[in-house]
Design a protein around this ligand. Structure first.
Ligand code: CA
Length: 416
């Protein structure tokens, strides 16, 4: 159980995402330290390798002397809980073991002096399409408002296999991609930079289990295989997507760069924020029927910052708007015997809410460019421009205590 009154001897401000109730894991390095496992608290990083080296925790040091969390994740959720509990103890305001230790200086690192790295080696990556409001908006724009959801949508979590190689960590810079597009009134396709460069506000979960080919994960066991979550910006080129996606789905429109937040928030930390999702109607097939609530109340927001301008919030959404939950997604992914691995990433799909300011993409916010957004510098946006920086944030909050994800930041550079 999470104790919301717990305080740390490390200074944690009211606005900090990284409270003692959170303790997310990441990979960091500094000028003096090689890449290794760290845990965030306030504006500090606990060097977990150094903690192990000095006997504060009972784990094999090699687990943390690495530039990927995969080996530690492979031990499963109980190991992460054990380490997180021990860290909560060590960082507790009433505990002097670490606070008064001569090793404190080498273990507690200033975030400002650290570089964050990709936290996991992503094996496979799946992108779902699980927000009903998003699917309805897209279906309304591209097909028929009276028939916005395709017949399968409420019976299975629609998804596709994406590309793991181009998932990068925040802060990132991504060049405007080039590709084939075809205007509706053009006789032939043309080649060039995308004109409709979009973000997609998503969250992703990461698995900590390896299964054998032929094995399926039942819905009641899915949670044991889900280690933690990150913010996921699935950058998209809408004009390339429109031309290429029939009949097999997105291809080059979405694999030129997706940006994740560097800290992996554990499911233990998110547990207090478990909530109901949308009512599923019609009833789902038995293999997808969850036995408990499996959505999470996580506030999401997107800000857009023009070159040399102020960042402006253009969307606020929530992870609880998901129609299909993580357990259903993972169960469906494996129901045919498809095997999974430690470090696989599963993105939610764009998370939109019912209100117009809750739409999780420019496509929806500007309604396909028909309602441009005015930024604080007076300029208008239908889609993202070169020089724009897209900033995504996510946090859960209860009793004044935040459990947050930090940021997923990407700057759009001109096409090469
Ligand atoms: Ca997506």
């Amino acid at each position: 159980m999470t104790d919301f009154s717990l305080q740390s001897w490390v200074e944690v401000t009211q606005e900090s995402d990284f409270t003692i109730q959170n303790l997310p894991f990441g990979i960091f390095s500094t000028q003096k330290k090689s890449a290794r496992v760290g845990v965030a608290i306030g504006n500090k990083i606990v060097d977990v390798l150094e903690l192990a080296n000095n006997g504060f925790i009972d784990f094999d040091t090699t687990l943390f002397d690495t530039d990927k969390l995969n080996d530690f994740m492979a031990l499963g959720r109980p190991a992460a809980s054990k380490l997180r509990n021990r860290l909560q103890e060590l960082l507790n305001e009433n505990n002097d073991e670490l606070r008064d230790s001569t090793h404190r200086g080498s273990i507690m690192v200033n975030m400002s002096e650290a570089t964050m790295h990709m936290p996991v080696q992503v094996g496979d990556y799946t992108d779902f399409y699980s927000s009903e409001d998003h699917a309805r908006n897209v279906g309304t724009m591209f097909r028929d408002p009276n028939n916005a959801l395709l017949p399968n949508w409420k019976h299975l979590p629609v998804g596709y296999h994406g590309r793991a190689s181009s998932i990068v960590v925040s802060p990132a810079e991504i060049h405007r991609p080039k590709g084939q597009t075809k205007a509706d009134d053009a006789a032939a396709p043309s080649f060039g930079p995308t004109r409709l460069f979009d973000f997609e506000l998503e969250m992703a979960f990461i698995t900590c289990k390896q299964t054998k080919l032929g094995e399926s994960i039942p819905i009641d066991e899915a949670e044991n295989a889900i280690w933690g979550m990150v913010i996921f910006n699935d950058l998209s080129a809408r004009d390339i997507q429109k031309w290429e996606y029939v009949p097999l789905g997105p291809f080059l429109a979405k694999n030129f760069g997706s940006v994740i937040s560097p800290w992996v928030v554990t499911m233990d930390a998110l547990e207090p924020f478990r909530t109901k999702g949308y009512e599923q109607d019609p009833e789902v097939l038995p293999y997808l029927k969850p036995s408990k609530d499996a959505n999470f109340d996580i506030h999401l927001e997107v800000a857009l910052q023009p070159e040399n301008g102020e960042a402006q919030t253009i969307c606020t959404s929530n992870y609880k708007f998901m129609y299909w939950n993580m357990n259903q997604q993972l169960t469906h992914q494996t129901v045919n015997g498809c095997n999974i691995n430690v470090g696989d990433m599963y993105a939610s799909g764009t998370i939109s809410g019912p209100e117009e300011n809750q739409y999780g993409s420019m496509l929806e916010l500007t309604w396909r460019g028909t309602k441009p957004i005015t930024l604080s510098d007076g300029s208008e946006r239908k889609f993202m421009q070169d020089g724009d920086t897209c900033i995504m944030r996510a946090h859960a909050e209860k009793e004044g205590v935040r459990v947050g994800f930090g940021e997923a930041i990407v700057k759009i550079l001109p096409a090469t």
